[in-house]
Ligand binder design. Structure first.
Ligand SMILES: [Zn+2]
Length: 246
């Protein structure tokens, strides 16, 4: 790591702070621009100088300066995770294009994974934003073919599982949001890596379900945030270099 990587970390923290706004507001249909940041507990506006990622949280000892209520630890953790993603990308990837591409898509995926975990929805606005960034990057690198392939194969595979589950159990095992997400991930990752992501996500979901069943008792109607597992494994699988089918 060099001094040149530090600005990427700081940029990641600032973007992470904005992602916190998106995670809080998009599922509630509140505009992400206006009003300015406010305390979710007392609605008091937060001035810019008290809205510095991580530092403000530490200085205020994790409490709102106005109502003294505790601020969720998830805010600084999300900022830190996104800061670290931007930092790692800047260390291991070679060109500015590659760094921005990986960091931006991973940041959107972190937002999707947390929103799906909390609310069981995958906002279409975030999916479309990812779709636009991937298309721009693929136009620049002229690497369309294997990625369109990934989009079709991944979506087709998951749609088949969706239909079979529904036909056999009359239950909707997967959400339409999951299929929409796989479409984007297949587009981002290409054909072989999307298979790996779907397999690892299913495995992760199964482990998670077993742990939950041990803690909270067996419940066959328990829903799992599959989009969360898909997003996290996609970020981890992306750096793996795999040859594509075509
Ligand atoms: Zn407050």
């Amino acid at each position: 790591m060099y001094i040149i990587n530090i600005p990427y970390f700081i940029l990641g923290l600032i973007i992470g702070s904005f992602i916190n706004v998106i995670i809080y507001r998009v599922p509630k249909n509140i505009s992400i621009i206006k009003p300015r940041s406010f305390c979710p507990l007392c609605q008091n506006k937060i001035p810019l100088y008290r809205n510095i990622p991580i530092i403000s949280f530490c200085l205020q000892k994790g409490k709102c300066i106005n109502c003294k209520n505790k601020i969720s630890l998830s805010y600084p953790i999300i900022e830190l995770v996104i800061g670290i993603i931007w930092l790692i990308a800047s260390i291991y990837l070679n060109t500015l294009n590659e760094i921005l591409y990986f960091s931006i898509i991973s940041t959107i995926l972190i937002a999707i994974s947390i929103i799906d975990y909390k609310y069981f929805i995958i906002p279409i606005q975030l999916s479309i934003t990812a779709l636009i960034f991937i298309t721009i990057s693929l136009c620049l690198t002229q690497d369309f073919l294997s990625h369109i392939d990934g989009l079709i194969i991944g979506t087709g595979y998951l749609s088949a599982i969706f239909l079979i589950t529904w036909a056999l159990t009359k239950r909707q095992g997967l959400g339409l949001g999951d299929i929409q997400l796989v479409l984007i991930l297949g587009y981002w990752l290409g054909d072989l890596r999307i298979f790996l992501v779907i397999f690892l996500s299913a495995l992760l979901a199964l482990i998670f379900w077993c742990i939950l069943s041990l803690i909270k008792g067996y419940d066959n109607k328990r829903a799992l945030p599959f989009g969360t597992f898909l997003s996290i494994t996609a970020i981890l699988v992306y750096p793996i270099k795999l040859n594509t089918f075509i």
